[in-house]
Write a protein that binds this ligand. Structure first.
Ligand SMILES: *[C@@H]1O[C@H](CO)[C@@H](O)[C@H](O)[C@H]1NC(C)=O
Ligand SMILES: *[C@@H]1O[C@H](CO)[C@@H](O)[C@H](O)[C@H]1NC(C)=O
Ligand SMILES: *[C@@H]1O[C@H](CO)[C@@H](O)[C@H](O)[C@H]1NC(C)=O
Ligand SMILES: *[C@@H]1O[C@H](CO)[C@@H](O)[C@H](O)[C@H]1NC(C)=O
Ligand SMILES: *[C@@H]1O[C@H](CO)[C@@H](O)[C@H](O)[C@H]1NC(C)=O
Ligand SMILES: *[C@@H]1O[C@H](CO)[C@@H](O)[C@H](O)[C@H]1NC(C)=O
Ligand SMILES: *[C@@H]1O[C@H](CO)[C@@H](O)[C@H](O)[C@H]1NC(C)=O
Ligand SMILES: *[C@@H]1O[C@H](CO)[C@@H](O)[C@H](O)[C@H]1NC(C)=O
Ligand SMILES: *[C@@H]1O[C@H](CO)[C@@H](O)[C@H](O)[C@H]1NC(C)=O
Ligand SMILES: *[C@@H]1O[C@H](CO)[C@@H](O)[C@H](O)[C@H]1NC(C)=O
Ligand SMILES: *[C@@H]1O[C@H](CO)[C@@H](O)[C@H](O)[C@H]1NC(C)=O
Length: 863
């Protein structure tokens, strides 16, 4: 699992080195070093340059190779001749023109005739692949491999070899160290058969899947030790259907032969679950193997139900024991007694239901216990605590509900269990995998972050959806990677809680927040993540990112499958890699900067350019942003400049200027933007900061388009405003009644906002078309950024889509920051809605944080 995470990071960072194709040349051609002739309908060896190093001729119809088939190719190292569609005849010294050949592959061909001297003249051949060629015993008996003084690896698997009578010349193969005889039909191997190999050392001797010793009754006294005076690093005798008796007898027969790794997996030891007719291994089964100094033993994939008393007692040197994929349900007393050197125990994929204190008795040196995929629900508290060297415990996919048994470990895998809470738990770990549990309270994350030395924390696929805690511990956390994918952080953050969850994570390098339904990022949420390099926000619902929200040293950002409309490319300045496919881009001139940036940026993009496509407007839907020209937008750029000079010209009378601008409705946005920038500066310089709560003249300023007056009066004013009905509780302010006639409109709006506790904007189609309304909205919102008072309440009425709202920068900023109210479609919900709105008017929302880390300038530059 840890390796997998490492891979992911390596993958994210290493995509730069993508290979274009395996060989880089087209089939049926040669480029001087590689000649690639797969499936080229060849009937004979093609002419290739004498500089060729690799010659690949598989999947053809070559019938005969003889001594003149190949021209002299002194450089050739690899020849693949396997998988011919016609029977192949190999004549005497067929490869003698290839003196430097090191790998010869004829596998998967039907060999019709093979001359005894076919392989002569290959002094440098190291590897010979002859798997699945239909060979019988004679391939070993008749001396085909004479003089192959460099041959190290011989693959004869998947043939029809029945007995092993080796030609005496095998004794001369000084280099031979790996022989694969798996999947043949060898039923018996005795001392006499392998005599030529005595005294040799093998890195691999593979006899798997042969029904060895199984179909006949073996007279071991006559047969004796087939591996006499050999040294075997790996002896693979798996999948031969070995029973308890065969293993015991085999162990006695090979008494003393040194074997480092003995693979006995896919055996038929053990009663399984609910049967009794097959013997369980016992104290005598592996006893004789003690003399072979086995270090690694694999008895996985079988039917062992019960690990019996002193089962492994003679295996003093065993370091790795794999019992996975059996049916182990019982661990008898002292079952592991004697495994004094054991370091890794694999009990995964068994039927264990509970673990007792005595179960792992005797495992003094064990460092890794793998118990994944059992049914463990109960673990006695001291089960692991006496295992002083235990570093890694894998309990994935069990049914664990508490972690009180967890000793001090380096690494704990606990994903796929039933953990609900981490309150009042103290653990020590460097790597903690808690994915796929049932954690729902984000407070648990604060608790987990207290874990001393914690570097990796995986919390994917939990149910985090609420949180109460807000505190910052004094010390910096050590955490380096945090995985929070597929939770529901949106619910936590939209309730306004725990925006400080990433505080003090100053060592964090990678953060995964993908698939959390996020439609906004709390301001400053990443501000402490100074070391962060990788951030995944894939699969959320973000419509935009405000400048400054991303950590400054970020290198890799994943933002695919969001709802981004028109991203500002300046926020990607620090990146080396970016994933930004499958968003909802608006292909209008406002996205111009992003489109231009995409075309010329050095940032490496994940995914294909086709997946960076427009969603709006309909005429561009599905078109790649890379294939759009921004030329038409240059004219508008010029118009912008004209507007600017107009602005200078009319500067003396602001009102006059605005009147002119209202006439130029099309370019209204730009003018408001410039004008607004100036007014904001004036206002914030002059206005007394922070009016006392009690001094507010109104409860709320209701801002709406005057075209909506009738509707607002019926729907809201008559139910809320005390002057409409004395039973109503609120003292509201709105333009039609409360604005001073003669005073300029801007001052009226400002006064209304400053003298009201809240500003309610009724956003409708008319509202969006009314520059004054947008401006009032913007102004109310700016109080949030200037004196951290959240005075703005947004109510959307009528059928306005998210897209339509998002086209207005101030509204976009608001929506990113917090939820808004929607006028109910159903009449019967109106009462509930008015209640909710009343609550909003009454709640005091003040940011506690003093740090004003969003400068005023931001408000202006967001557009
Ligand atoms: C090989 O022959 C088949 C059938 O005659 C033909 O369809 C195919 O294109 C040929 N391939 C090459 C590489 O010539
Ligand atoms: C390859 O053949 C050319 C002539 O065709 C010859 O000059 C050259 O020496 C040969 N190279 C090797 C490595 O045999
Ligand atoms: C090799 O085979 C070809 C035909 O496949 C034949 O013409 C040639 O004489 C043979 N050479 C030898 C040395 O047998
Ligand atoms: C065989 O390969 C080795 C190593 O590349 C090279 O030194 C040697 O000259 C080659 N022999 C021939 C006959 O080309
Ligand atoms: C190949 O082996 C045969 C018989 O084992 C032997 O007579 C011959 O001299 C060997 N050839 C070479 C080149 O070593
Ligand atoms: C194995 O060989 C040793 C001597 O090397 C001998 O003492 C012992 O009895 C033998 N064990 C078996 C089970 O044959
Ligand atoms: C234990 O065995 C399982 C199943 O074969 C395997 O997936 C797992 O990687 C093994 N664990 C260790 C620590 O090797
Ligand atoms: C924990 O495991 C990691 C990776 O396996 C290793 O680098 C680190 O040194 C270990 N820490 C301890 C305290 O054993
Ligand atoms: C915590 O990390 C920040 C940023 O790296 C650093 O400025 C501060 O000194 C650290 N504080 C402690 C207590 O280590
Ligand atoms: C892209 O890389 C080139 C060369 O490394 C550099 O000159 C150029 O400024 C880079 N462009 C950007 C946008 O970073
Ligand atoms: C992308 O850049 C190239 C030159 O760097 C330019 O020729 C091309 O028109 C640009 N494409 C777009 C869509 O801007």
């Amino acid at each position: 699992m840890r390796i997998a995470m490492g891979h992911l990071l390596a993958f994210l960072l290493g995509l730069v080195f993508e290979a274009t194709s395996v060989f880089g040349i087209p089939s049926c051609s040669a480029d001087g070093q590689i000649a690639l002739y797969h499936s080229c309908n060849l009937t004979q060896v093609p002419q290739v340059p004498n500089t060729t190093i690799n010659l690949l001729l598989s999947f053809n119809h070559i019938r005969v190779v003889n001594a003149t088939s190949f021209p002299l190719l002194e450089k050739l190292r690899l020849l693949e001749l396997g998988t011919q569609y016609t029977p192949l005849i190999i004549e005497r010294e067929a490869f003698r023109n290839l003196p430097n050949l090191t790998v010869l592959d004829i596998g998967y061909s039907h060999i019709q005739f093979l001359h005894t001297d076919a392989f002569q003249g290959l002094p440098n051949l190291i590897e010979l692949r002859l798997f699945y060629c239909g060979f019988s015993d004679s391939i070993l008996k008749d001396g085909y491999f004479r003089n192959l003084s460099s041959l190290a690896i011989l693959d004869l698997s998947k043939n029809h070899i029945q007995s092993l009578h080796l030609h005496p010349s095998f004794g001369d193969l000084e280099s031979l160290e790996s022989i694969d005889l798996s999947r043949n039909e060898i039923s018996l191997v005795c001392e006499r058969d392998l005599e030529p190999l005595q005294g040799k050392r093998f890195s691999m001797f593979n006899l798997a899947s042969n029904s060895l010793y199984r179909s006949i009754s073996v007279n071991w006294e006559k047969c004796m030790n087939p591996f006499k005076s050999m040294f075997l690093e790996i002896l693979d005798v798996s999948d031969n259907g070995w029973t308890v008796d065969i293993i015991r007898d085999f162990g006695h027969a090979i008494n003393g032969t040194k074997i480092s790794s003995l693979l006995l997996d896919r055996h038929i030891m053990g009663a399984g679950f609910g049967f009794h007719n097959i013997k369980e291994p016992d104290q005598g089964t592996f006893a004789a193997l003690g003399m072979s100094s086995v270090i690694n033993m694999d008895i996985s994939h079988g039917y062992i139900f019960s690990l019996n008393f002193h089962l492994f007692e003679t295996l003093k040197e065993l370091k790795v024991l794999d019992i996975s994929h059996n049916k182990v349900n019982k661990i008898a007393k002292e079952a592991f007694y004697g495994l004094d050197s054991l370091q890794a125990l694999n009990l995964s994929y068994n039927l264990l239901g509970e673990l007792y204190e005595s179960d792992f008795y005797g495992l003094r040196k064990v460092a890794y216990i793998d118990l994944q995929k059992n049914h463990i629900g109960v673990i006695q508290e001291k089960t692991f605590k006496h295992l002083k060297n235990l570093k890694t415990l894998d309990l994935r996919d069990n049914a664990i509900k508490t972690v009180n048994f967890l000793p001090n470990l380096n690494t704990s895998f606990l994903s796929g269990n039933k953990l609900v809470s981490f309150q009042n738990v103290q653990i020590i770990a460097e790597f903690l995998d808690l994915a796929q549990n049932r954690l729902e309270n984000l407070n648990d994350l604060y608790t987990l972050l207290q874990t001393p030395g914690l570097k990796f924390l995986i919390l994917n696929q939990n149910r985090f959806s609420f949180c109460h805690q807000q505190y910052s511990p004094l010390k910096n956390h050590t955490l380096e990677q945090l995985y929070l994918s597929e939770n529901m952080l949106q619910l936590v953050w939209q309730a306004g809680s725990c925006w400080d969850v990433f505080k003090r994570l100053s060592h964090l390098k990678a953060l995964f927040l993908n698939n959390n339904y996020l439609d906004f990022l709390p301001p400053g949420v990443f501000s402490d993540l100074t070391a962060l390099q990788i951030l995944s926000l894939d699969g959320n619902r973000l419509t935009s990112l405000s400048p400054g929200v991303l950590p400054e040293n970020l290198r890799v950002l994943l933002l695919s499958h969001n709802h981004l409309l028109s991203p500002d490319p300046t926020i990607f300045a620090s990146l080396s890699h970016l994933g930004i496919t499958h968003n909802k881009y608006i292909c209008e001139c406002e996205t111009r900067n992003f489109i231009l940036w995409l075309n010329q940026t050095n940032v490496t993009m994940f995914g294909s350019p086709e997946d960076v496509y427009c969603t709006y407007p309909d005429s561009f839907s599905g078109v790649s942003l890379y294939s759009i020209s921004t030329e038409g937008c240059d004219e508008e750029e010029a118009l912008k400049l004209i507007n600017f000079s107009l602005f200078l010209f009319f500067t003396t009378t602001l009102t006059l200027f605005l009147t002119a601008v209202v006439m130029f409705t099309k370019f209204r946005g730009h003018c408001f933007f410039l004008w607004h920038k100036m007014v904001l500066r004036l206002v914030f310089k002059d206005h007394p900061q922070g009016v006392e709560e009690d001094q507010h003249k109104y409860d709320a300023y209701l801002c709406f388009s005057n075209k909506d007056f009738g509707w607002v009066q019926n729907a809201l004013l008559t139910h809320l405003d005390s002057r409409y009905n004395s039973e109503n509780r609120f003292n509201l302010c709105f333009e039609e009644r409360d604005f001073l006639p003669g005073e300029d409109h801007i001052s009226n709006i400002q006064d209304a906002i400053w003298s009201s506790r809240k500003t309610i904007c009724i956003v409708t189609r008319h509202f969006l078309k009314d520059g004054w309304c947008i401006e009032a909205f913007n102004f109310a919102q700016s109080r949030y950024f200037s004196d951290l008072k959240d005075v703005l309440i947004m109510v959307v009425a009528g059928s306005l889509s998210q897209y339509q709202l998002m086209k207005y920068p101030p509204i976009r900023v608001f929506v990113q920051r917090q939820p808004y109210l929607r006028w109910p479609e159903d009449l019967q919900d109106v009462g509930w809605f008015l209640n909710k709105l009343s609550q909003c008017i009454l709640t005091k929302k003040e940011e506690k944080k003093k740090s004003n880390n969003i400068p005023l300038q931001t408000v202006a530059t967001i557009s």
